[in-house]
Design a protein around this ligand. Sequence first.
Ligand code: SAM
Length: 292
Amino acid sequence: MNERPDETWINETLYPDWGQRFRVTKELARVRSDFQDIVVFESDSHGRVLVLDGAIQITERDEFVYQEMLTHVPMLAHPDARRVLIIGAGDGGVLRRVLQHKTVEKAVMVEIDGLVIELSKTHLPSIAGDAWNDPRAEVIVGDGIDYVAKAADESFDVIIVDSTDPVGVGEVLFTDAFYKDCARILSSDGLIVNQCGVPFMQADELRETSVRRARFFPHVSAYVAAVPTYVGGFMTLGIASKGQKPDTQTSAEISERAQKVGVLGTTRYWTPEIHTGAFNLPPYIAENLPSG
Ligand code: SAM
């Protein structure tokens, strides 16, 4: 379809030869922070959209898919998640979902770019809701790799890494040094989850990080979510645990936990059945895991 001369479009520049584009109804912010280019715009099709270094990070319309799956799966795979570390996730959407779990006593969020937090508070307030003011939340502006290097042994039950892709400032969050410290600061039942991209387009991301996690965690797995604006089919979320395997509970057990913590019935993508089913990987994705 041809563009009209009075229209403005933004092209995602994640891949050099393929991508999606949005018609912009209003540009709300365009700045260069100390770490990355940040754009926030409004669209009729997806509501407000956050873009970092040309890659779509979150849209108001489909953020629930990614945030619910990134958060509720590890939180409910863990038998009793009370202390949670979130790395990245400057839009606050993961923080909001973590704090939905009544049993959570403390959620520490470490985001390197204070401007992402500020612009999200101003232009994307629906994503975090009231999470920023929750007394259980501690928000730190800093590098995730420095935070995990200094954190005490066994001080968290779940770590959720909501990072940019492994280029630029997010690269350190995909390294051996990072995973080694994450394993050390997790309790004996501890679990870590991190976004591993869209394997149809970015298979290396899942393959390489799975091999790295397997050096420090006895159980390494992955599950999928269909996030419409992370184009290219399923997105994978890599999960690794120190205690029991993360994918062995039945949907009835997950449902019971979700009911207890107050999450059941609050979601638009995650359900106990989606939770357990998401670990069934198509072979083209499973082949990127160490056991695949
Ligand atoms: N959920 C979306 C996605 O996956 O596309 C959004 C993620 S975005 C909010 C990821 C955040 O990770 C960015 O705000 C970025 O500043 C932050 N980040 C990247 N490297 C980091 C690091 N080393 N330590 C902490 N945060 C980091």
